[in-house]
Design a protein around this ligand. Structure first.
Ligand SMILES: CC(C)(COP(=O)(O)OP(=O)(O)OC[C@H]1O[C@@H](n2cnc3c(N)ncnc32)[C@H](O)[C@@H]1OP(=O)(O)O)[C@@H](O)C(=O)NCCC(=O)NCCS
Length: 282
């Protein structure tokens, strides 16, 4: 894939209503374009894209996976997938499959199911955020603290340090990032960012549900009335589910994280909203 392909990939993703900003595609490309694959017709039309992003020498994440509707069911998707597999090398590759499509990936080796999550969307319920928990912690803007502490906390939960990735996402000029501190130590953080459709609230990681809700309430204040919130909740986190129920969010689709070599166990109780279902580990 070349930099000049980005607008066509964006058009393809937008056509599918996947709500992935062009700036996110540029960002993934700028981190490392070597794993990104496109399908281009002889006349130059771009009709497919998928790829993987290396998180380390041993771990990578597969992301997106799309063939223009007019060209589906002609064998192109399978061929594109095989090409992408060649560039993945020997890494353990995580990918998110629609939960009702996981058997497609079995013959290719993605047999290890890690966790399942819902892509939820809907307006924030003002009554839900009216009650803000208090405790022996404070919630501050990430601009007021050393960001290295957030990166360290993120690395602990995400399992693979990703300072470039998370710095871009959480310190973007449009992002609002809040951090929960207990005696000066990071015990949670969350990001809210405008996207093509509504606002994305992820990641949201916290050591306990009270801290998570306090962060949720603070972040939600940045979402103007009438706008929708996107919130990607792992089903194993019951407390995160209460946020979904409390705001009456609608599940748009359900995905399962698969690995092809080994599982990467996560402390999912601290994960309330997944940082990105595309190219991130959680
Ligand atoms: C999934 C997709 C990339 C497959 O491309 P394709 O060119 O239509 O696939 P092929 O013609 O090579 O393969 C035919 C079959 O294998 C399935 N398949 C092929 N590649 C696939 C892939 N990477 N992931 C899932 N299923 C795939 C196709 O869905 C199709 O199954 P069906 O006939 O029972 O519907 C394409 O259908 C698409 O863009 N769908 C919409 C986006 C989407 O759902 N992406 C997957 C998210 S997990």
């Amino acid at each position: 894939m070349r930099q000049s392909d980005i607008p066509s990939v964006y058009a393809l993703v937008a056509e599918m209503e996947w709500n992935i900003e062009i700036s996110y595609l540029e960002f993934v490309f700028n981190i490392d374009p070597t794993g990104l694959v496109v399908v281009v017709k002889d006349d130059g039309e771009l009709i497919g894209h998928c790829g993987f992003l290396a998180h380390s020498d041993t771990i990578g994440c597969f992301g997106l996976n799309i063939i223009k509707e007019k060209y589906q069911h002609m064998g192109i998707g399978k061929q594109m997938f095989r090409e992408a597999m060649k560039v993945m090398g020997d890494r353990n590759i995580g990918m998110n499959s629609l939960s009702n499509r996981i058997t497609f990936y079995t013959p290719f080796g993605w047999t290890i199911k890690s966790y399942t999550f819902h892509h939820n969307q809907g307006p924030v319920n003002p009554e839900f955020i009216a009650v803000v928990p208090e405790g022996d912690f404070e919630v501050v803007s990430a601009r007021d603290i050393k960001f290295d502490d957030v990166i360290a906390y993120d690395s602990e939960i995400h399992t693979v340090p990703r300072s470039v990735y998370i710095s871009y996402w959480a310190r973007h000029q449009l992002a609002n990032t809040y951090v929960a501190l207990k005696s000066g130590r990071v015990v949670g953080y969350g990001v809210v960012r405008p996207s093509d459709v509504g606002y994305k609230m992820y990641p949201l990681y916290a050591d306990d549900p009270k801290i998570a809700k306090a962060l949720f309430c603070r972040l939600a204040l940045h979402i103007p009335a009438g706008q929708v919130l996107s919130f990607i909740q792992p089903i194993e986190n019951d407390q995160a589910n209460e946020f979904v129920v409390g705001n009456k969010l609608t599940s748009r689709f359900v995905m399962t994280r698969l690995y092809n070599k080994w599982n990467i166990p996560l402390d999912i109780k601290r994960v309330y909203s997944i940082s990105s279902s595309e190219y991130g580990i959680i």
